[in-house]
Write a protein that binds this ligand. Structure first.
Ligand code: SAH
Ligand code: SF4
Length: 389
């Protein structure tokens, strides 16, 4: 074999070893305990072992088993042999002039995905992706022009946060900052989270767990385009806050902007929200409303919007449209947005205008997209170790 072939064989062997190991990130404490027991760890030690490993990984950000120094040498070797701490690798990082950071990430699974960190004076928000591409194609959204490649797995949901915390050195050892830089999470990146419910839930469970990344459920907001059958599950099974991408006040316009509306109409969506479990004034539902010039920004729209949300503890986020290459809409003027927002405010609804962040690096709402495509059936690229972008 020549050098190149040797190297290829080496790489293949490495990735196969990696693929055979159990991925530690994304495993719940119970799932990790089960794996340890199956592999021969004594049951009486398991609960302590799980806590120790979680503390290294999620509190200290330590990914090298050899450095987990309060574990016995034998146990570290055992972990090394059976588990991988694989998490997304940063392929590319861009920093906007407003400080927003956009990352292109990949794992050993197919495809690449983007995630964003938005720093503010009082918080630092990670905008997580839930899928590569999207099955829906909202006409104003850049992600919607990328066909679904695949769902992200729990280790990739948690891994997005870990990769960012690494990049920011946001671990407890780093006493430079007295507070955590990553304080909030929005699931508003690529994809529709309620079409990947179980993986998103399992990832968020670890992010919220007090021995995991320990972010309060009230600092996490999941945004959906309106997958009605899964909306109540957000309150009942995840417990984080909910945002709804409404964007229109009539079915005719919403069918055009958010085509999932043809499946679940505005009436069905609002009914499900009126019956949403745990509704209280301290846990309002956020309605997202992208402001598109001459499409959905009339004052009649504002009045209809007030009627639609009546009876729901709500906050309405007005999002100036963020253009992307090839988009066919124009943003509403700031004057129109102000008039629109005044009507909502007079009716008693908080209606902040979302400040676009990271626009210069296409990191703002609805601008994310990667070049990954879904491999054709029977193609060489079906090999999970093969990464295309
Ligand atoms: N799929 C989910 C979450 C991701 S999109 C959803 O649709 O809710 C996050 C938010 O950005 C949504 O409210 C979406 O409608 C909005 N958005 C998409 N494209 C946009 C654009 N070009 N300008 C402004 N907001 C956009
Ligand atoms: Fe998908 Fe949300 Fe974009 Fe619609 S707005 S295409 S649901 S990511």
């Amino acid at each position: 074999m020549n050098n190149l072939e040797n190297q290829k064989a080496d790489n293949l062997e490495k990735s196969l070893t990696k693929a055979n190991k159990i991925k530690l990130l994304g495993l719940s404490q119970n799932a990790l305990a089960e794996s340890l027991i199956k592999l021969g760890t004594h049951e009486k030690n398991v609960s302590m072992r799980v806590k120790q490993v979680w503390s290294w990984v999620y509190t200290h950000g330590e990914m090298d088993f050899r450095e987990m120094t309060n574990l016995s040498k034998n146990f570290r070797v055992f972990l090394q042999k059976n588990f991988s701490t694989e998490r997304p690798e940063i392929v590319k990082k861009q920093i906007s002039k407003d400080g927003t950071r956009k990352y292109l990430l990949k794992t050993s699974n197919i495809g690449e995905f983007e995630t964003v960190f938005i720093p503010d004076d009082d918080r630092g928000t990670v905008c997580l992706s839930s899928q590569i591409g999207c099955t829906l194609n909202c006409s104003f959204c850049h992600t919607g022009t990328q066909k679904l490649v695949r769902n992200l797995e729990p280790f990739e949901m948690v891994g997005q946060v870990l990769a960012i915390k690494d990049d920011l050195m946001d671990w407890c050892e780093n006493s430079k900052h007295n507070k955590r830089l990553v304080s909030n999470i929005v699931i508003m990146g690529m994809g529709e989270p309620l079409y990947n419910f179980d993986h998103v839930k399992n990832g968020l469970d670890i992010i919220m767990h007090n021995e995991g990344l320990s972010l309060s459920r009230k600092k996490i907001t999941l945004s959906t385009s309106g997958v009605v059958p899964n909306i109540h599950r957000v309150a009942n099974e995840i417990g984080c806050l909910l945002a709804i991408s409404l964007h229109a006040t009539t079915d005719a316009v919403r069918n055009r902007l958010v085509p999932i509306n043809k499946k679940w109409s505005i009436t069905e969506l609002m009914l499900s929200l009126k019956n949403y479990p745990k509704l209280s004034n301290s846990e309002r539902i956020t309605f997202e409303y992208v402001m598109l010039k001459d499409v959905n920004d009339s004052l009649d729209d504002a009045k209809r919007l007030v009627k639609l949300v009546q009876g729901i503890p709500a906050k309405i986020n007005l999002i100036p449209f963020n253009p992307w290459p090839g988009s066919n809409f124009e943003p509403s003027s700031s004057e129109q947005i102000k008039k629109f927002s005044n009507i909502l405010r007079k009716a008693g609804y908080s209606s902040p205008v979302r400040k676009p962040r990271g626009k210069d690096i296409l990191a703002a709402c609805g601008q994310l997209k990667s070049n990954s495509i879904k491999p054709k059936k029977n193609s060489l690229f079906q090999d999970p170790n093969y990464i295309i972008s």
